[in-house]
Design a protein around this ligand. Structure first.
Ligand code: SF4
Length: 755
């Protein structure tokens, strides 16, 4: 099935000229990452070069992908933009809200009951606005994107951190918050700090038990969970070309675990094979015509130290299989040292579960290699000691693996085949006994292994490794088992050794599928009704926020002065609140409940100036709102750090907070506040934070003259009648001030569309 070939051809048609312009301004050979970035500038051709790690640049991504949990608020907001269709090709994928419990059929049925209204909403809104919809069971967003939409040299964003997986097909693919997706779908530029570049040179060739997963497990060990922050990791060298496209996807996928903006590989024969095998001959033909632009310049790869900010070299020939964990994906242990490490650290060595799947490792090649180990267990008279669970990455992979007998091999080992969905990777795993909190070990082929992630039990020691190693370790039931050297005792009491895995990069008979789970949107969605029940607890249609009345804000009260760290999690908690992500009013009951009140150093306990009593933050704020009393929030340094969660800006806005005044902002949160029509301000003099008192009344003195680069004056009238007038800086440009005046960026887009 070919998608968007016209769009892809248009991208390729403009590439030559744009890359030539980039060459001129950069004035040196270009990496692949630079070629892709400079050929996706919002303003067209490059007029000047950008400073890595410093310049903020507007880009024009080619497409958007959203998963079911994050798509809800993104699409509710997009509906406010007043557009008939998404401005770029976009898709929604139902994969996160599906529980793994009994097995694919039963689990899918119960998830359709539990989250049916969310799926119906996503389906109807996609249908209306020209957005492709992948229904529950169709597969995991990133595997489906790789199979259908990713293309070499493209740029995409997705509302999920593992969007980076599409780097396996030579894209610059970046995980973002819903607000960014809304911008791009609404036809606005998308801003990114021009990344730094880390080059990873791969030499040699994988062999034996080592797989592509081990490359990123090794890189994670080197760079740690923070080492890739603000950078694109670009892989190159002969070793890179020897890896399959899905193997490259695995490596890029876990770039998220080192904090990288994204990771990518140059276009090569393996990518071409994958494109053709997934029914995209037209994309492969088009890519072949611009092949020179789809990889870094030869000189860059010959002398990488001169062109990358950091260079790492890994020899695939000598690379050992790794098992990373527990509790963090950068704790990298080569298999030869795992037994000793486990003993030294007291990790439980009895392995309870082996899980294969997730967007990281659920390709046909992954299932094929892991099943070669499972088959040996059957052939050699071994019984698996651990339980086995498999989540195929997509219906296309599942159907093909089933046709080719791969799933049967796992079933012969009593494996449970779960839905083609995220399942245990995102805590959607109803694991029997997990609530007892017992110390135990599981091994999986996923990407993340933070405490509680898979089954909610903080004492589950989760180890990340390749699917073939998961199979071997689960069969042995022993974390200390090294299949390269150790033997196992079979049912007859004989010592048997597992041979190294083997598998097909791509299915010999090609991929097949009966129903891939895709639903194309209506050609004309104008009469399609978006399905949201008026009494829904999980979904609520948004109403545009009120426009600014043009007057100074006066008589405002202090809702909370937050002390110390105040992340987006403190402002809008996750956990059980995630189920209300599509219902702004309900989720607003978590607004700022994690922030520490500077006056009593307690959370969720602030003084109401209406009653004089202490109460929860959301309840207090709702009372101010009901009485028409404006409020402000005061905060410390790096307010809003953590994630790009737009709820952290939308909730205070919805509840009637007018301004957030802090010592400093995390930039993404500051932008999110601006987009929602809030005032995000910083103390010109940080010491003024101390002047803010619990019972203050706050008056803006010159907001009616709001202009770029002109600080605002704010008067704090204290309970004893004394006053402090402080200066507040802001970073609003003209366009952003228009957002504020209109009530939000989306209101402004709507106004402009009508004009
Ligand atoms: Fe995220 Fe796991 Fe789903 Fe991948 S499989 S998209 S990492 S939850």
């Amino acid at each position: 099935m070919a998608f968007d070939i016209d769009m892809i051809k248009a991208v390729y048609a403009g590439m030559s000229e744009k890359i030539a312009a980039a060459r001129q301004v950069v004035n040196k050979p270009l990496t692949l990452s630079e070629k892709i970035l400079y050929s996706h500038l919002w303003d067209g051709k490059a007029k000047n070069s950008f400073v890595r790690g410093k310049s903020y640049v507007d880009f024009a991504p080619d497409r958007v992908a959203m998963q079911d949990a994050t798509a809800q608020m993104a699409l509710l907001q997009f509906m406010q933009a007043g557009r008939d269709q998404a401005a770029v090709p976009s898709t929604v994928h139902c994969d996160h809200l599906i529980l793994a419990k009994e097995g694919a059929k039963e689990d899918l049925r119960s998830s359709l009951t539990a989250s049916g209204e969310v799926f119906n909403f996503l389906e109807s809104v996609s249908n209306k606005y020209g957005i492709g919809f992948w229904k529950p069971g169709a597969g995991i967003i990133h595997q489906v994107v790789l199979e259908n939409y990713a293309f070499p040299g493209g740029m995409m964003i997705g509302t999920d951190s593992h969007t980076v997986n599409a780097g396996g097909l030579g894209m610059v693919a970046i995980g973002v918050g819903g607000a960014d997706a809304v911008d791009v779908m609404a036809g606005m530029p998308w801003e990114l700090k021009f990344p730094k570049l880390i080059g990873v040179k791969l030499t040699g060739k994988l062999n034996g038990w080592t797989s592509a997963k081990d490359v990123i497990l090794k890189v994670a060990g080197i760079l740690t969970v923070k080492g890739g922050t603000g950078s694109i990791v670009e892989y190159f060298g002969p070793g890179a070309q020897s890896l399959s496209a899905t193997g490259k996807g695995t490596i890029c996928n876990m770039g998220a675990e080192i904090g990288a903006t994204t990771s990518t590989f140059g276009y090569d024969d393996a990518m071409e094979r994958y494109l053709r095998s997934t029914d995209r001959n037209d994309v492969a033909d088009a890519a072949n015509e611009v092949r020179e632009h789809l990889t870094g310049d030869d000189e860059v790869y010959a002398n990488p130290e001169q062109y990358f900010d950091q260079v790492i070299e890994i020899d695939l020939t000598t690379l050992e299989p790794h098992v990373n964990g527990p509790f963090t994906p950068d704790r990298a242990t080569p298999i030869s040292q795992l037994k000793a490490e486990a003993e030294k650290n007291g990790w439980p060595t009895k392995v309870e579960w082996g899980l294969i799947g997730s967007c990281t490792n659920s390709s046909y090649e992954d299932l094929s290699r892991a099943s070669s180990i499972a088959q040996q267990a059957v052939d050699k008279g071994l019984k698996t000691k651990s339980e086995f669970g498999i989540n195929p990455g997509s219906e296309q992979v599942r159907f093909t693996a089933d046709r080719d007998g791969l799933l049967k091999i796992f079933e012969d080992l009593d494996a449970t085949i779960f839905t083609n969905a995220c399942g245990p990777c995102i805590g959607q795993w109803s694991r029997t006994g997990a609530d007892k909190g017992e110390k135990n070990t599981i091994v999986h082929s996923f990407n993340r292994n933070f405490s509680k992630r898979a089954d909610g039990n903080p004492n589950t020691h989760a180890f990340v490794t390749s699917p073939e190693m998961v199979a071997a370790i689960a069969i042995s039931g022993d974390l200390g088992f090294n299949p390269l050297t150790d033997t196992l005792t079979n049912e007859k009491g004989e010592q048997v050794k597992l041979d190294p895995p083997f598998g097909a990069e791509l299915p010999d008979a090609g991929f097949a599928v009966e129903d891939n789970g895709y639903q194309a949107p209506a050609k004309d969605g104008s009469t399609v009704e978006v399905k949201v029940a008026p009494d829904s607890k999980r979904l609520q249609l948004l109403e545009g926020f009120d426009a600014w009345d043009g007057k100074n804000i006066t008589g405002a009260k202090l809702l909370i002065k937050a002390l110390g760290k105040c992340t987006t999690d403190h402002i809008s908690m996750a956990g059980p609140w995630l189920r209300f992500r599509g219902h702004l009013d309900n989720i607003s009951d978590n607004c700022l409940i994690g922030a520490v009140n500077a006056f009593n150093e307690e959370t969720n306990k602030v003084k109401s100036q209406i009653t004089g009593e202490y109460d929860a933050v959301p309840a207090t704020q709702r009372e101010y709102k009901a009485k028409g009393i404006p409020t402000i929030v005061v905060g410390d340094h790096n307010y809003g750090e953590g994630s790009s969660r737009e709820h952290a800006a939308m909730e205070p806005r919805h509840l009637g907070v007018k301004a957030v005044l802090v010592k400093s902002f995390a930039r993404i949160h500051e932008t999110n506040l601006k987009k929602q029509g809030m005032l995000g301000l910083t103390f010109a003099d940080e010491a003024d934070y101390d002047k803010v008192q619990e019972d203050d009344t706050i008056n803006f003195l010159d907001l009616d003259q709001f202009a770029p680069e002109k600080p605002l004056k704010i008067e704090f009238v204290h309970a004893d009648g004394s006053k402090d007038v402080i200066k507040a800086n802001h970073t609003y440009n003209d366009a952003q001030i228009e957002w504020f005046k209109a009530g939000s960026a989306l209101n402004k887009i709507k106004e402009d569309a009508k004009a």
